[in-house]
Structure formats: structure tokens, C-alpha cells
Design a protein around this ligand. Structure first.
Ligand code: SF4
Ligand code: FE
Length: 504
């Protein structure tokens, strides 16, 4: 694929036209995804990442170390803790501006994880994956493109390893090797923004054993590659964006996107392969990627800001902005929302250098951040619905509001405080519906449970890192059971606290 350099949201949208992707939606092939009313809001959300880079270049772009030109921060490999922190700030801002998932973090986190993993693979095995990855990154920077990260296999029987599955295609795997590259088959599920990307990076979804060798494949390929079919994922209330008008949809401009990607003997060239059978490095890649991605979920604090704003606005429109219980609920929403942000950004602040020289964020705090996200947005959404009142779930449609006979009556009876029009009140109620029950509740609530790994995956990681032996020693020393030998306890820090307390 040849591209012109993408400079803004409009040129990004143009870059997606005429690609001839095979996309199924409602049992039919989509002619042009860019013009499909249900797909377009998800494209607009990515376009906003480009426009933000113009509006606030320091926040959403960087000078590429590969090309010397300004590119999206979503393509940047972080070389300091400050870089990691700025990713989070950009994510919160974009959550605020779109109220939804802007789909670019998976690719960003994949680059950042692969950068150190390929370096360490080459060091251990004498391969040349790191160099190839840098060449690919340079191409991406050159045209300022979007990379989708494709990790989650469909997995079949969860109790069986990839090679034990009855059907080998339940995990993406190599079907054929030639002197030019490999062919892969399988399916990746829940693929955020895949149709809106220019390239995909396929990666294994879990730790692999020796017998899973053919599943240990990492490679980049154009979304247009022969043999790929996309099946668009439905979201609650998604067809509202296909209706006339722009009130009932709640957020007419922005939405998220998830699709299934089916691979039928799809070619990946040798130049674009960054793991090819080295199963022993799959776990390292999955762990580093999920660490980046779990703290990327601070995006939800930006979305939470919108919902808190909507809850405060509807309270005013209902005429009760100063009731003490309402203020207290808004404080509760803010406390939860800032807790999500705090743990994510702390994970970035506590980032540390890898052997490759790029920075990896803190794994414990990244897992705590993502684990908060599996719960706290639900409580925030519950309070928003509480403050909205019953109309959030029983409002008449926009067509009835505009009806020549009953429209006037609806405007009269649906009015709240006289300071606001009925339409303003309805628009805020529809936005709350969109974010807590409708299309963008998918990203804010349910995707928040499962994205970057379901809750139990974080609990396992937190359990692995909690260093109970060390903590028991601390308690026993203070309780007078063991000797206070401060030199020994310093030496017993273990991996996690060694990094936390490192001062240089
Ligand atoms: Fe980024 Fe959040 Fe969407 Fe994941 S859910 S891609 S972290 S905006
Ligand atoms: Fe996600």
C-alpha cells in the first residue's frame, strides 16, 4: 500500500477510502466503510487523534527519532517516564473530546512492548527482529499511519493449549513457510479499530510451549492483505446512527469499533516478521504488552469526565444543582474517576528503562489501574443514571418531539428548569443513555471489563507481584517476632520493591 503522509483528520479519513476491504455488516458486504453511517463515528474518533496533534502538538505528537518529522504520539516508542506520562495525558484528553474509544492505543502499546522484546530476543538468539521492527516503525512514521494491534485469539476450549485444540485455527498460526515469508490462518476477536487502521500487528495471545511453535508468530501486514475478512461487531443501540436526526443517538459524532478479523492463509513477508517460532518469548511479549495496555485504560477517566459533566448538567436542568446529596454524588463520581487516572499515571511515572533503552511502565500499578476500570465506571454510570432521573430510560423519540401534533406537548411536559430548553435537557439525557446503556457504554463499561484482559487476569498478576514473604518479614520485625536487621530487609526487597525504591 502506498500512502500520502497523513497530516490531519481529513487526510486520515481520505486515506481510508477505496481500499476494497472485505467487511461484513448485517449480512452484507460494506461498499465503503468511510461512508457507512454506523462505521463513520468510529473513524471520526481516530481522526480526532490527528486533529488534536495539530491543536496541541506537544501533547499529541512527537518529533520522530527515525524521520525527524512530527508524527502522532501514538507511533512513539517511549524513552523516558515522562513520555509514558504524556501518553496517558493524551489519552485522557481524547476521552474527554470524544466520549468514547479512539482505538489507537493497542498499536501504540504493541510497538512499545515489541521494541524491548525483539531487542532481548536478538541478544539471546542472534536474530535480527529488532532491526526489522525499526525499519517498519520508520515506514509508519514516514506516512504517519495507524497501526492496529491484533492479539486476542478466539481460543476455543479455554482449558486446552493451542496445539491441543481440535481445530488448529482457533489460535492464529503458521500454515506454510516459503523463502519469502509465512502464511497464517486463524481469527482475532474484539479487534479495536482494525478496519480504521492501515496495518495490523499480529501477536500471540498467551504463554506458549514447545508444541505451540507454529503459534509463535509476530508480524505486521497491511489491513488490505489478501485473505483477510472483517466481520463488524454490533453494539447496543448502534443503528440509531443510521436513523434520521442526531438527538436519539446521544453522541452523533464519535463511537468505537470492534470487529472480528478472519485470516485465511494470509501472507506475511520475512521483512515484517518479528517472532517466528520462538515460543519461549511469547509470555514476555504478552506481559509487557498488557502492562502498557492496562495503564492505557486511563482513557476511561477522560470518558468519565464527560459523564460527570453530563450528570452535573442534568442536575442543573432538573433544577436541583445545589442539593447537598447531588453535590456529594458528583464528588463520589470524581473520586472514583481520579482513582482510575491516579493509578494509571503512577504506573507511567514509575516507568523504568529496558535493555533496549525504551521505557516500560510499572506492572503492579498498571494492573491495579485496569482492575479499577473493571468496576469503577459502573459505579460512576450508576450515579449518572441516578442523577438523570427516570427519563434517561423512557424518553420519546426525536421524531415524536418534532411531530406537528404531539411535539409541542412533549416540549411542554418534558421541560425542566426554565433556564434550559427542553431539547437541551433531552440531549444531555440521551448522552447519558449513550454512555451508560447505548453505543458508548460498550467501551465505557463492558469493554472496560474485558479489554486488555478480563478481571481475573489482573488479579493473577497482582497476586504474583504482591511479595507476601517480604511483607510478612516487615510485620514480624515490628511485632518483635524477628530480629530488626535493617540491612537484611533492604536486601530482601525483591524485584518489585527494588525497582520502586531505586533512587538512581
Ligand atoms: Fe485506547 Fe481506551 Fe480504546 Fe483501549 S479502550 S484503544 S485504551 S481508548
Ligand atoms: Fe481495548
Amino acid at each position: 500500500m502506498a500512502f500520502d503522509k497523513i497530516t490531519d483528520g481529513a487526510s486520515y479519513i481520505e486515506s481510508l477510502r477505496k481500499r476494497g476491504l472485505t467487511v461484513y455488516l448485517f449480512g452484507e458486504k460494506v461498499k465503503e466503510p468511510v461512508d457507512h453511517p454506523m462505521i463513520r463515528p468510529s473513524i471520526n474518533a481516530i481522526a480526532k487523534t490527528y486533529d488534536l496533534a495539530i491543536e496541541n502538538p506537544d501533547l499529541a505528537s512527537v518529533i520522530s527519532p527515525f524521520t525527524g518529522e512530527r508524527v502522532s504520539r501514538f507511533l512513539h516508542v517511549c524513552t523516558s517516564a515522562e513520555d509514558l506520562v504524556l501518553q496517558n495525558k493524551m489519552q485522557r484528553k481524547l476521552g474527554q473530546l470524544t466520549g468514547t474509544c479512539f482505538q489507537r492505543c493497542v498499536g501504540m502499546d504493541a510497538f512499545n512492548a515489541l521494541y524491548s522484546v525483539t531487542f532481548e530476543m536478538d541478544e539471546a538468539l542472534g536474530t535480527d527482529y529488532h532491526k526489522k521492527l525499526k525499519v517498519f516503525l520508520t515506514q509508519m512514521h514516514h506516512d504517519n499511519l495507524v497501526l492496529g494491534g491484533a492479539m486476542t485469539d478466539v481460543k476455543g476450549d479455554r482449558n486446552l493449549a493451542p496445539h491441543e485444540q481440535k481445530d488448529p485455527d482457533l489460535f492464529l498460526h503458521i500454515t506454510k513457510k516459503t523463502s519469502e515469508g509465512v502464511y497464517v490462518s486463524g481469527a482475532k476477536a474484539h479487534q479495536t479499530g482494525c478496519i480504521n487502521s492501515h496495518y495490523l500487528m499480529v501477536m500471540p495471545t498467551m504463554r506458549l510451549g514447545e508444541k505451540d511453535k507454529k503459534y509463535a508468530i509476530v508480524g505486521s501486514l497491511p489491513v488490505t492483505a489478501k485473505g483477510i475478512t472483517y466481520v463488524y461487531g454490533r453494539q447496543s443501540c448502534d443503528t440509531r446512527s443510521m436513523e434520521e436526526g442526531n438527538i436519539d443517538v446521544g453522541n452523533a459524532t464519535y463511537g468505537g469499533q470492534e470487529a472480528m478479523v478472519l485470516f485465511d492463509n494470509v501472507f506475511i513477508s520475512n521483512d515484517n516478521i518479528y517472532m517466528n517460532g520462538e515460543y519461549e518469548f511469547a509470555a514476555m511479549l504478552v506481559e509487557r504488552f498488557t502492562t502498557f495496555h492496562r495503564r492505557s485504560y486511563v482513557c476511561k477517566s477522560g470518558v468519565g469526565d464527560v459523564l460527570i459533566g453530563a450528570a452535573a448538567a442534568i442536575s442543573e436542568m432538573n433544577g436541583v444543582p445545589n442539593a447537598s446529596h447531588i453535590k456529594d454524588k458528583l464528588v463520589q463520581m470524581s473520586h472514583l474517576n481520579e482513582t482510575v487516572y491516579a493509578t494509571g499515571i503512577a504506573s507511567s511515572h514509575q516507568g523504568y528503562p529496558t535493555k533496549a533503552g525504551n521505557y516500560q511502565c510499572d506492572d503492579m500499578l498498571a494492573n491495579v489501574c485496569k482492575h479499577h476500570v473493571t468496576k469503577m465506571p459502573y459505579e460512576i454510570a450508576q450515579i449518572a443514571q441516578d442523577l438523570a432521573g427516570g427519563f434517561v430510560s423512557t424518553l420519546p423519540s426525536e421524531k415524536d418531539l418534532n411531530h406537528p401534533e404531539i411535539g409541542k406537548l412533549l416540549h411542554k411536559y418534558l421541560r425542566g428548569s426554565s433556564q434550559f430548553s427542553t431539547e437541551e435537557r433531552i440531549r444531555i439525557l440521551r448522552l447519558i443513555e449513550n454512555m451508560t446503556m447505548g453505543r458508548n457504554a460498550v467501551g465505557y463499561l463492558t469493554e472496560s471489563i474485558h479489554g486488555a484482559g478480563s478481571p481475573q487476569a489482573q488479579r493473577i498478576q497482582i497476586g504474583r507481584m504482591m511479595q507476601l514473604e517480604y511483607k510478612k518479614r516487615l510485620a514480624k520485625i515490628l511485632a518483635g517476632i524477628e530480629v530488626d536487621d535493617s540491612k537484611a530487609i533492604v536486601n530482601e526487597l525483591g524485584d518489585y520493591f527494588e525497582r520502586v525504591f531505586k533512587t538512581t
